[in-house]
Design a protein around this ligand. Structure first.
Ligand SMILES: NC(=O)c1ccc[n+]([C@@H]2O[C@H](COP(=O)([O-])OP(=O)(O)OC[C@H]3O[C@@H](n4cnc5c(N)ncnc54)[C@H](O)[C@@H]3O)[C@@H](O)[C@H]2O)c1
Length: 379
């Protein structure tokens, strides 16, 4: 079987931990090169995955003829350069979410990939999770009737001080927890219920002594078809990886939840469908006894990377496009703008002012502080 030659750009946590089963079990692609501006990280990954070559210079890696496509795993504010340069070098591009901090950067990426006629996929891995797909299918087949409301929740404790080297929760990355983690849930809201036309948000920094951007957010959206969705996310919580989606339709109410983090566990979600006030159906999918088997067949990061390679090999448009990534960037920016100006924001968003002023003000006005409080979290 022909395999796509992959070059990884950014050899940090995601490349090392999150993608490990994907990189090890991928069948239609193989890693031929890794690149990081930090040489020790690139070397570590080269050893870990037994990769032929490692680079610290992007241009050099892009001259590597065995690299057909790149997997961009740099921080969000460092996606632009690798995406644009890789496209210009004729490499297909797979880029982690959030696609970019601004719509302008997202547009430049889309344009570069379009001009070079390369595949461009944004890594919304939840769309490759079989529980999420199963629910999408139920909605599309009308099993819930007309869906008029979605309530999404993501509570994920990250209450240890971030190391200095971390980009997360820093102004430089262009956003906070909503941009970083919330992007996934915003994509699910749009994927399930369609385009969003209006956004209203409340955003807070509960730990201004350690975070420059938001650690709590509550976003309400109106979709074009009239449905409403809300997303509540917080990282200041004593729970870790609590994730749930409640869908309200004219024929049924569906509750989908994970006790622990859909991205970390190969276990399917608990799914219950309520009908006629009394009837409850357990629609939870089953899983294999063998955890390796489960990883090979259902690990969402593997499935999405396989899909990307498939699209290259068979000349198919990826399921999550640059436009999907851009739509979420727009939603995040609209939420920031709404919270800042205390206004409902209509999409498409014309222009987003520099949000530095907003975050700086939000931080200085925050009535809370965590001081020395820390508790254990996975991060
Ligand atoms: N889908 C998910 O579930 C998920 C989970 C975690 C992270 N992510 C995404 O993956 C990306 C990386 O996150 P992470 O946690 O690995 O970050 P990280 O900070 O651990 O790693 C980033 C790496 O990129 C390198 N880097 C920075 N600028 C670079 C450049 N210009 N060229 C080459 N290398 C550069 C850094 O040296 C570092 O090794 C982010 O976009 C993040 O949002 C996605």
């Amino acid at each position: 079987m022909k395999k796509v030659g992959l070059g990884i750009i950014g050899c940090g946590w995601a490349a090392r931990d999150l993608y490990e089963p994907a990189f090890r079990f991928l069948k239609n692609g193989r890693i031929v090169a890794v690149m990081d501006i930090d040489e020790s990280k690139a070397r570590f990954l080269k050893e870990l995955y037994n990769v032929p070559r490692c680079y610290t210079n992007l241009d050099e890696m892009l001259r590597d003829k065995e690299v057909d496509a790149v997997v961009v795993l740099t921080p969000p504010h460092h996606h632009l350069e690798p995406v644009v340069k890789s496209a210009e070098a004729g490499k297909h591009v797979y880029c982690e979410k959030p696609m970019a901090p601004t719509i302008e950067e997202a547009d430049r990426m889309i344009e570069a990939c379009r001009k070079s006629d390369v595949k461009f996929m944004i890594a919304f891995m939840k769309r490759f999770n079989r529980s999420f797909r199963f629910v999408k299918d139920l909605i599309d087949k009308g099993q819930l009737g007309s869906v008029f409301e979605l309530r999404a929740r993501w509570d994920n404790a990250r209450v240890k001080r971030m190391p200095e080297s971390q980009y997360r929760l820093k102004l430089i990355s262009g956003g906070g927890f909503l941009q970083e983690d919330g992007s996934h849930a915003l994509d699910i809201c749009r994927w399930w219920l369609g385009e969003v036309e209006e956004i209203n948000a409340y955003i807070a920094i509960v730990a201004p002594d350690r975070h420059e951007t938001e650690d709590v957010a509550c976003v309400t959206m109106k979709h074009k078809g009239g449905a409403i969705s809300t997303l509540h996310i917080t990282m200041i919580t004593h729970r870790t990886g609590e994730e749930s989606y409640e869908l309200f339709g004219t024929k049924g109410t569906l509750v989908m939840r994970w006790l622990y983090h859909s991205s970390r566990s190969p276990e399917p979600a608990l799914i219950h469908l309520y009908r006629n006030s009394r009837e409850v159906q357990d629609l939870t999918l089953s899983s294999s006894w063998n955890p390796l088997q489960e990883l090979r067949s259902n690990w969402q990061y593997l499935r999405e990377l396989e899909h990307f390679c498939y699209c290259i090999l068979h000349d198919v448009e990826p399921y999550c496009t640059g436009e999907d990534g851009r739509a979420v960037v727009e939603m995040v920016n609209a939420a920031y703008l709404s919270a800042w100006k205390n206004e409902r924001i209509r999409l498409p968003l014309k222009k987003v002012p520099d949000l530095r002023e907003f975050f700086t003000e939000l931080r200085s006005r925050s009535p809370w502080s965590l001081g020395e409080i820390e508790w254990s979290s996975w991060y």
